[in-house]
Design a protein around this ligand. Structure first.
Ligand SMILES: Cc1cc2nc3c(=O)[nH]c(=O)nc-3n(C[C@H](O)[C@H](O)[C@H](O)COP(=O)(O)O)c2cc1C
Length: 347
């Protein structure tokens, strides 16, 4: 395939995995890049030296281009972007913040930068800062998404941007790929579809649970971590969205574990959090709770206490293929969808 995105990154197919924190690990990244797409490491709030190790591990698993996502508003977000620059990662994807400094530094070594955006204002700003592409994340998607649906967002961004657009949110098959290309995207990024694969690191209970769910089985709320966020509809997610889950003592006890995990001194973490003001403190407390619940999806697989981000696209997922199989199928589906459209338009 040849699109603005395959040309920009030097890849075979315009398909990216979303840089999902604590989910898109080196195995998944290498599998996507080796299949001809662009694998993207999810640095999340992981410790910077851990991120450096993961980048180096990816380089032992593939010689193809790959990327990294750094959510700048999270603890360790900026530090992880700095590690990515030091390691000269070919593609850096920043989200939740302003990344002009990343663009400048990455361009010095020939790296490419893409910003995740969910409205026209953010997309224009990314282009003005010199971003090479944007990931346009629509309302249907998993995690921190905005109010605008993928269809409208893409169509509008194609009117106002000169740089390539990668569509995200609600895409899980070849028909979605063709629709995104028709609306002006140069490629797609998928989150939920990629964690429901053999390479996805979630416990089998969670992957099997995803197969049971339909498009209405997610919850979009600000109560998860203070920022509008879409999570899979489970017992714990429903409790958290109803506001009943914030136990101060539990959060306090959990903060020690988090400081250790993020390799940040506990006092520094508390000081940083307190300096953010009351609303941000509540948001950070919720995030720490989410982090704990996400760990359950990777370890014990307990469906009653764990929680994970999931897009509405969960209802389009009916099996757990390998990433290589998924690529083959999406490309076949895309051809069929394209022929279907060609026939309909010709008629
Ligand atoms: C488990 C999970 C974790 C995610 N973590 C991140 C993250 O760390 N940074 C980020 O920018 N987006 C993250 N996202 C959102 C994705 O980047 C993307 O916008 C979304 O998955 C697209 O919707 P889809 O799941 O329908 O494909 C995450 C998504 C999932 C499913």
């Amino acid at each position: 395939m040849k699109t603005s995105v395959t040309e920009l990154f030097g890849i075979k197919y315009p398909i990216l995995n979303a840089g999902m924190g604590r989910v898109a690990f080196p195995d998944m990244v290498a599998a996507v890049s080796n299949a001809g797409g662009l694998g993207v490491l999810g640095a999340g709030s992981g410790a910077p030296e851990q991120t450096r190790k993961q980048i180096r591990e990816i380089r032992t698993l593939t010689d193809k281009p790959f990327g990294i996502n750094a959510p700048l508003a999270l603890p360790n977000g900026k530090e992880n972007a700095i590690v990515a620059l030091e390691e000269k990662v070919p593609v850096i994807n920043y989200s939740m913040g302003k990344g002009d400094w990343i663009i400048k530094a990455a361009h010095q070594y020939g790296g490419k930068v893409m910003a995740s955006v969910n409205d026209v204002h953010l997309a224009r700003r990314a282009q003005e800062h010199g971003c090479d592409a944007v990931i346009a994340a629509g309302h249907e998607g998993a995690g921190h998404v905005g109010e605008i649906g993928t269809f409208v967002l893409l169509n509008r961004l194609a009117e106002v941007l000169r740089i390539p657009i990668i569509a995200a949110g609600g895409i899980a098959n070849g028909a979605g790929l063709v629709a995104a290309l028709a609306l002006g995207a140069g490629g797609i990024s998928m989150g939920t579809r990629f964690w429901t694969t053999k390479e996805g690191p979630m416990h089998p209970n969670w992957k099997n649970k995803a197969l049971e769910l339909d498009v209405q089985d997610t919850i979009f709320s600000t109560r998860f971590d203070g920022i509008p966020c879409r999570q899979m509809k489970t017992v714990a997610a429903e409790q958290m969205a109803s506001g009943r889950m914030l136990n101060l003592w539990e959060v306090f006890m959990n903060s020690f574990k988090i400081a250790k995990e993020l390799e940040i001194p506990w006092l520094k973490l508390v000081k940083q959090t307190l300096s953010l003001g009351p609303r941000q403190i509540e948001s950070m407390m919720r995030m720490s709770k989410m982090l704990k619940m996400h760990t359950i999806t990777l370890t014990t697989g307990d469906l009653n206490t764990g929680m994970t981000a999931s897009g509405q696209s969960v209802g389009l997922i009916h099996d757990l293929p390998t990433i290589a199989e998924l690529f083959e199928r999406i490309l076949a589906e895309a051809k069929a969808a394209q022929q279907g459209v060609a026939t309909a338009v010709a008629d």
